[in-house]
Write a protein that binds this ligand. Structure first.
Ligand SMILES: Cc1cc2nc3c(=O)[nH]c(=O)nc-3n(C[C@H](O)[C@H](O)[C@H](O)COP(=O)(O)OP(=O)(O)OC[C@H]3O[C@@H](n4cnc5c(N)ncnc54)[C@H](O)[C@@H]3O)c2cc1C
Length: 162
């Protein structure tokens, strides 16, 4: 589809970066259009942890931390990497690696000195759901359109024209 309307900002892609950008623009009531080429969001977990700095950034959006805290998963679910050649291998797992060695609690206590937020375990597909939900709850007419692949952008003199 060819768009001729102009916007102050065009965000391409509804990944964690695009959605976070959209949340902040919406917070300050700044006009944008977000276009995402896919129709559905992947359920692949991809990134698993939100680090302290990410949590600090998210705490600038009212109510977002609470939404994240309602969805966080037990970090032990992601503790071990199990290496095997096939999912159903008669020889089974040939190596296990502890992701939290040597002592995750000690590390977290040490990190707590540097931030007012702690890292949390939230798989990326859950984070995307939370960010989209938050975006839809915030006031404003800014649009998020799925199944719209950006193929070309023509900047106008004053605003982004998509
Ligand atoms: C298998 C896997 C495991 C990972 N594990 C970890 C991990 O453990 N820890 C970690 O920190 N990170 C991990 N990552 C990386 C993490 O997922 C990425 O850093 C993160 O997704 C980047 O976010 P983003 O918003 O920049 O980009 P993306 O998540 O890639 O989002 C970009 C979006 O833009 C859309 N798009 C692209 N081109 C267009 C276009 N022309 N028009 C419209 N839409 C478009 C795409 O469809 C996509 O939805 C992993 C990634 C993968 C694939």
């Amino acid at each position: 589809m060819l768009y001729r309307k102009t916007h102050d900002f065009l965000i391409i892609g509804a990944g964690p970066v695009g959605l976070t950008t959209a949340l902040f623009l919406k917070k300050f009531n700044i006009d944008f259009l977000l276009l995402e080429k896919k129709s559905l969001f992947s359920t692949h977990p991809s990134a698993h942890y939100l680090n302290m700095r990410t949590m600090e950034v998210f705490s600038e959006i009212d109510g977002l931390i609470e939404k994240i805290e309602n969805r966080i998963e037990n970090r032990e679910f992601f503790r071990y990497y199990r290496y095997c050649r096939r999912l159903f291998d008669k020889n089974g797992v040939f190596a296990i690696s502890d992701h939290f060695k040597p002592n995750i609690d000690e590390k977290l206590r040490e990190l707590a000195k540097f931030s007012f937020r702690s890292p949390v375990h939230l798989p990326q597909f859950s984070l995307l759901e939370v960010l989209i939900e938050k975006l839809s709850e915030m006031k404003g007419n800014q649009q998020v359109l799925l199944e719209e692949e950006v193929e070309d952008i023509r900047p106008s003199k004053e605003k982004v024209c998509e």
